[in-house]
Design a binder for this molecule. Structure first.
Ligand code: ARG
Length: 491
């Protein structure tokens, strides 16, 4: 701390370096440096319009802020406890206290920091939304490649029923659609304006909160001033959305790891997403999906950290809240990187179509279809058909003779007497015809997958338009703020 620390000089003595290092958020505040300058500019433009400060002082402040922006965060005095006070101190150094000392009128760092976090967060959220859409597109493309590709489907990681690769990848595309929806829903509550709440009790200065809100591109005010500075629900909600999305990424990563083992051998990762061993020269290890799986744990940890930090806090602001911001930032950073790399990894994934097809027949995977066929043709109750097929599997397999024996022992009648012919039973064992028949909505039949692909594409297009609209609105707000600042220079 310097002797004329603008924050402490009145009330407090010097702080030792160890305490400053312990309490300072300056390093983490890099994330909100640009947003803080936006908040400062909007606040100053509004103060001038409300005649709370002179236009002349406002234009000096705005010029000083531009210079601070051009010089970057590096030139700020790092002995200050956060970016807000470091910027203000630098401003006063540049233009003098008579003008610079007026910037913080009617404001507290509490409403300031909450505004900054929301602005930085919305930028990251919109980037993440774009990345989610790219991943959706990648799953849709791969699904297209795999419309007629038969793969083994699992429950309990045991062979269950055959399906198509399209069906499997469309499952991820559908889930990502919901992540996009969760993101834009969270965005609606992130993009609200706390500024004007001051420390928590608002201010008697005649601020125009709605005008500052508009200049910063927020969609609405966070009305109650105590709520505005105290809440971090938007951070919890955002990290929760990330944690949910990462859980999907992790499941896909896990499947990629399994599917690329020599035991499964359904896919092969492109070399660049793998590593080799320093001792075992043959190794091709799936390090990228392994790290995706691990980073999911990191994001889950960020969620638990923030929930725990917030749960015991009395209203309104407590310094504990500062500790939330790095967790939020990290959750976003890790999730954005993960979604981006997953898209590229998926795009280069090699599919072993023959192995997929062969393995889709193992594990008596046609048993369900056979039981269904017995029901459809003979009119037996499903539970009886289930017993017949289960007994045939137990006896060693699903060939005609075993099914015939099982029929007789369970019902006392052979298939012929039940009204089912040998070729109908044999056809039930053919995965292609079985999948073709599963054409109800959401099923794996190629015709249904093609329909689902077009539906996913249609929704993706709509969501991209939504995203463009949000981005355009922010560009417009930025222009409004620039115009309003420029107007102060010429007047
Ligand atoms: N660095 C602080 C944070 O991130 C800014 C707000 C400080 N307010 C205060 N009353 N000490 O929360």
């Amino acid at each position: 701390m310097t002797k004329d620390d603008i924050l402490r000089r009145g009330r407090l003595g010097l702080q030792n370096e160890q305490v400053t290092a312990f309490t300072s958020s300056l390093e983490a505040d890099r994330w909100i440096f640009d947003s803080d300058l936006m908040v400062d500019r909007a606040h100053v433009v509004m103060l001038a319009r409300q005649q709370i400060i002179e236009e002349d002082d406002a234009s000096k402040i705005l010029l000083g802020l531009d210079q601070i922006r051009d010089n970057g965060i590096e030139l700020l005095d790092s002995s200050y406890e956060d970016v807000h006070i470091a910027i203000e101190a630098r401003l006063i150094e540049l233009i003098g206290e008579d003008a610079g000392g007026r910037m913080h009128s009617g404001r507290s760092r509490n409403d300031e920091v909450a505004s900054c976090i929301r602005i930085a967060l919305r930028t990251d959220l919109l980037k993440l939304a774009g990345l989610i859409n790219k991943l959706r597109a990648a799953f849709i493309d791969k699904a297209h490649e795999g419309v007629s590709l038969i793969i083994p489907g699992f429950t309990h990681l045991q062979h269950a029923q055959p399906t198509t690769l399209a069906h499997h990848f469309l499952a991820y595309a559908c889930s990502l659609e919901r992540s996009f929806e969760r993101l834009t829903d969270a965005y609606r509550r992130v993009n609200l304006c706390p500024l004007g709440a001051a420390a928590f009790a608002a201010t008697a200065f005649p601020l125009d909160r709605a005008y500052a809100c508009e200049l910063m591109g927020f969609d609405n005010l966070l009305e109650n001033s105590m709520d505005a500075v105290s809440t971090r629900d938007f951070a919890i909600e955002t990290i929760s959305m990330c944690a949910n999305l990462m859980t999907d990424i992790s499941r896909f990563a896990e499947e990629t790891i399994l599917w690329s083992t020599s035991e499964f051998n359904l896919v092969e990762l492109a070399d660049e997403y793998t590593s080799t061993s320093s001792i075992m020269p043959q190794k091709k290890n799936p390090d990228v999906p392994e790290l995706l799986r691990a980073r999911t744990g990191t994001v889950h940890g960020e969620l638990v950290s923030v929930l725990s930090i917030c749960k015991g806090l009395p209203y309104s602001y407590n310094r504990d809240l500062q500790e939330v911001t790095p967790h939020l930032q990290k959750a976003l950073m890790v999730t954005k990187n993960a979604v981006g790399i997953t898209t590229k990894m998926l795009g280069t994934l090699e599919l072993h179509a023959d192995v997929m097809h062969d393995k889709s027949l193992s594990g008596f995977s046609m048993a369900t279809e056979l039981a269904d066929t017995l029901v459809r043709i003979t009119g037996l109750p499903f539970r009886t058909a289930h017993q017949i097929v289960g007994s045939a599997v137990r006896a060693g397999g699903l060939d005609f003779n075993r099914v015939e024996e099982a029929c007789e022992s369970v019902t006392g009648r052979n298939p012929e007497q039940l009204g089912i012919k040998r070729d109908a039973l044999e056809q039930a064992l053919d995965p292609i015809s079985s999948i073709d028949q599963r054409s109800i909505v959401g099923g794996p039949a190629p015709t249904e997958c093609l329909r689902s692909i077009s539906e996913r594409q249609r929704r993706l297009k709509t969501d991209e338009e939504t995203l463009n609209d949000i981005n355009d609105r922010l560009i417009l707000a930025r222009k409004r703020l620039d115009d309003a600042s420029n107007a102060l220079f010429v007047s």
